[in-house]
Design a protein around this ligand. Structure first.
Ligand SMILES: *Cc1c(COP(=O)(O)O)cnc(C)c1O
Length: 351
């Protein structure tokens, strides 16, 4: 089979064995001789999948039983409103680092007042704001760990005297961090942990039940916690796919994954900095190890560089329309060899 170097920003590359296990479960799920997508989610085979998909997250994150793990639908975008609906009574603080953070802020404003403590909007989100302090009178503080579109990443997190909430959609399980510093973490699965169709929510139970409004049943975290993330039919295929990726992550260890991701990012960024035709679009200290954004200094060369990438079987490299240029997403499953192929194309590219 022709090897494609898949730099897609999302849905994105998954480990080959994850795809293979999904294919096989679509044909014969767990010895049932039925497909994963044609059996009851209440059957013992799928219940075992959900249980393990929850417990492996706790194991990899090294968090205790004061946390619940949910697999919800509606994408990370639904979490923008669920977070605020469930937790915002008076005032919340947000850091605005890009399109996704802006969307989260927009939703939250419908439920209470929102203070934006830091924003890099005036520089087209090319850096991570850092000089702010979070007061202790907020209901919570919300941040976005990695900015998929603009290519910046929080390499440290602020001191936070109130519940700390983070959208980790595009760098979940890409590095070792102290997950127990967070009170709620959410991530759309399709960037780094599985197929589209489910959103991981990890929530510390004691932050709930502090708002007075009516919360519709499906949007209330309590509903899903009480039923072990099986209140209604979960996205069975997506949860199964996440479980396969979690097993792959657990097998390698987050420390090794982090080292490998750093190697890939270092390889690409050193070429961006060395090569006079290219330049990075973000502050160097805030560069994302997941999504590297860069441009050709002469944008008239864009089409011929794109063509050179196509000829080398490089896919998904076109930058987001709000930044232009190029974006190389280097999620966990992307091989160092694929980054080397891209770097070689850049090296050999002539104006
Ligand atoms: C992709 C992405 C989202 C949106 O996710 P959906 O699941 O499509 O709603 C939100 N936040 C971040 C950081 C993302 O990368």
């Amino acid at each position: 089979m022709k090897q494609i170097h898949n730099f897609s920003a999302g849905p994105a590359i998954l480990p080959k064995e994850v795809i293979d296990n999904c294919v096989s479960a679509l044909q014969n799920f767990s010895g049932t001789h039925l497909s994963l997508i044609e059996v009851s989610h209440r059957g013992k085979e799928f219940v075992a999948v959900m249980d393990e998909a929850q417990s492996l997250v706790k194991k990899i994150m090294n968090i205790g039983d004061d946390y619940e793990v949910l697999y919800l639908q509606g994408g990370a975008s639904t979490q923008f409103l669920m977070v605020a609906m469930n937790l915002l009574e008076n005032r919340a603080a947000y850091c605005n680092t890009g399109t996704w953070a802006s969307n989260a802020i927009k939703e939250a404003r419908h439920f209470g007042s929102v203070d934006v403590l830091g924003s890099s909007e005036e520089k087209n989100f090319n850096y991570i704001p850092k000089n702010y302090t979070i007061g202790n009178d907020y209901d919570y503080f919300h941040c976005t760990s990695n900015n998929t579109i603009f290519g910046t990443q929080m390499h440290t997190f602020p001191e936070c005297p109130v519940p700390l909430i983070c959208d980790m959609s595009s760098d979940i399980f890409s590095r070792k961090i102290n997950f127990s510093a967070f009170d709620l973490i959410y991530a759309g699965a399709q960037k780094n942990m599985g197929p589209a169709g489910t959103t991981l929510v990890v929530i510390k139970k004691n932050i709930l039940n502090k708002v007075n409004r009516y919360i519709p049943t499906m949007l209330d975290y309590n509903t899903h916690i009480k039923k072990g993330s099986m209140f209604n039919t979960p996205s069975v295929f997506a949860v199964f796919g996440c479980l396969q990726t979690l097993k792959w992550i657990d097998h390698q260890g987050l420390g090794n994954i982090e080292m490998y991701n750093s190697k890939k990012a270092d390889l690409l960024y050193s070429e961006i900095d060395r090569n006079e035709l290219f330049e990075g679009t973000t502050a160097i200290e805030d560069r994302s190890k997941m999504n590297a954004t860069f441009v050709l200094k002469d944008d008239k060369l864009n089409d011929s560089f794109m063509q050179a990438c196509n000829e080398a079987n490089i896919s998904g490299i076109k930058g987001h329309r709000s930044v232009g240029g190029f974006r190389a997403s280097m999620y966990n499953a992307l091989q160092l060899e694929s980054v080397q192929v891209l770097v070689d194309v850049m090296k050999n590219f002539k104006s």
